[in-house]
Ligand binder design. Structure first.
Ligand SMILES: Nc1nc2c(ncn2[C@@H]2O[C@H](COP(=O)(O)OP(=O)(O)OP(=O)(O)O)[C@@H](O)[C@H]2O)c(=O)[nH]1
Ligand SMILES: [Mg+2]
Length: 462
């Protein structure tokens, strides 16, 4: 096991003398499925089965999928009473940073094995030919003294892989092949088979979820900062009569005074804050800003999607699917109405808060009903967005009256969900909800203003 591109498949291929059967030759993750290769041990008595796994990569989405693949395989084999003699965990010595993704993977691996199995783990470093010797030595020391220390103390070994068949077998031979009846299951196997836990309640599953929640926590900082910025209100209504927002145009004015800041998530789980608001009081919205903000919306929704799939929260999936569809459709447009942007932004924030809450507590029936309620409205909004995309250029910038009602209904049902959620949320999450409330209030004001404009136009015409 180990991160993508660490050299797992190369190791297996070299060990069994089948170069090129599974290893990737570019930066794209190669192994997609678990691959078991049976090979007669050189001692002529035993068979060795080498199991190559897909590598964890830089995305949370794949973390959950890959963990599910590996866990399913481990579960099935354990049920058939097949147990592992040892585990090799691969790490590129050429990586100049262990914190972030490699550390997240290592933590998940540790929880998957369980402490009692650390003595059967070999921590294998690869890519020695890619580093200067003293740099490699220094990194190896850092790994042993810090990141791998606890595992080494509990009996794990560490070895260098030198990209040869001999080197592969030297490493395999360090694993003592105990009799099948003496082998112990991994922690994840005990949890899933003996204790009948679903994957998301296993130690490894919880570790993955925790790292996703850490990313959502980045949003809380965003909420705190942005609520300080909000409230200047000066150009709330001025540009509404134009009824659309040419996002890329430097002459476009902003709709809302509520300055937002979105967190750009890095794959190591940290949130770096940039001024990427969908709406800004301080001047025209640059294409870069709105694209970055939409990027954050999409990232949040994808993270939430992987959690909802992993934990199997059906009603949340129902809300995420149209939100993602709306965000992608807006992304593909040159211009759109700001109310649509705000709807999807607030939907993403609300979904983020609910996802985080769902890690700690079960969603109650009234919450599920409220989520399903705004999910249905989001589906209607999705219909509008796709319809706008098909309208010709003269008409596509004008939301029709019926659209306004749908958007208002969506904003109201999200507000209702906030109300249902509020008493159940921990105090640290309440600022997030407040931020959404403010955002939705802005949407509703915007929509009312546009409705009045419609009304005035009708009066003038008649
Ligand atoms: N220079 C160098 N290249 C290596 C070494 N080990 C593997 N590679 C190359 O690194 C790339 C990735 O290796 P893979 O064996 O496919 O990595 P993997 O861990 O199986 O990756 P996933 O299947 O994505 O999880 C391939 O191009 C290998 O040829 C090594 O020790 N040195
Ligand atoms: Mg591979």
């Amino acid at each position: 096991m180990g991160p993508t591109g660490a050299g797992k498949s190369t190791f297996v291929d070299l060990a069994v003398g089948r170069a090129d059967s599974g290893a990737g030759h570019d930066l794209v993750s190669c192994t997609k499925e678990i691959r078991a290769v049976r090979y007669p041990h050189p001692d002529g008595e035993r068979n060795i089965v080498l199991v190559d796994t897909p590598g964890f990569d830089d995305t949370f989405v794949s973390d959950t999928q890959i963990l599910r693949n590996i866990a399913e395989w481990l579960k099935t084999t354990y049920k058939r009473k097949v147990l592992l003699s040892g585990l090799l965990y691969f790490h590129r010595i050429s990586d100049n940073r262990v914190a972030g993704t490699p550390l997240r993977n290592l933590n998940m691996f540790k929880e998957l094995c369980g402490k009692d199995n650390f003595k059967n783990v070999v921590l294998v470093t690869t890519m020695w030919d890619e580093v200067l010797e003293d740099v490699g030595l220094q990194r190896e020391k850092e790994l042993q003294d810090d990141f791998w220390r606890a595992m080494l103390r509990l009996g794990s070994a560490t070895h260098r892989f030198h990209l040869t068949e001999e080197s592969a077998w030297e490493i395999i031979n360090t694993i003592s092949v105990s009799l099948p009846e003496e082998r112990r299951p991994l922690l994840i196997q005990q949890e899933m088979v003996d204790e009948n836990k679903p994957l998301h309640r296993t130690s490894a599953g919880k570790t993955v979820l925790r790292s996703i929640v850490d990313v959502f926590s980045g949003f809380k900082g965003f909420f705190r900062r942005s609520s300080k910025d909000s409230g200047s209100g000066k150009d709330d209504k001025a540009p509404l009569l134009s009824q659309h927002h040419r996002l890329s145009s430097p002459s476009s004015s902003s709709l809302s005074s509520h300055m937002s800041r979105s967190s750009n998530f890095t794959t190591d789980g940290s949130a770096s804050t940039t001024n990427t608001s969908l709406s800004s009081s301080t001047g025209p919205l640059s294409e870069h800003s709105y694209r970055a903000a939409l990027g954050s919306v999409i990232t949040t929704l994808k993270l939430a999607q992987s959690v909802a799939e992993f934990v199997r929260i059906h009603c949340l999936k129902e809300a995420i699917t149209p939100s993602l569809s709306i965000a992608h459709a807006i992304e593909a447009m040159e211009e759109t109405h700001p109310a649509l942007l705000r709807i999807v932004e607030n939907a993403a924030l609300l979904i983020g808060v609910i996802t985080e809450h769902a890690q700690k507590a079960r969603l109650t029936t009234d919450m599920k009903t409220a989520i399903s309620g705004f999910a249905k409205d989001l589906m209607r909004v999705d219909g509008i967005v796709h319809h706008i995309g098909r309208r010709n250029s003269q008409t596509r910038d004008i939301l029709q009256e019926v659209d306004l009602r749908t958007l208002s209904s969506c904003a109201e049902s999200m507000r209702h969900a906030c109300d249902v959620l509020r008493p159940k949320l921990s105090s640290e999450n309440r600022p997030a909800l407040f931020r959404i409330d403010v955002g939705l209030a802005t949407v509703l004001t915007t929509l009312q203003y546009v409705s009045i404009h419609f009304l005035c136009r009708r009066l003038v015409i008649s």
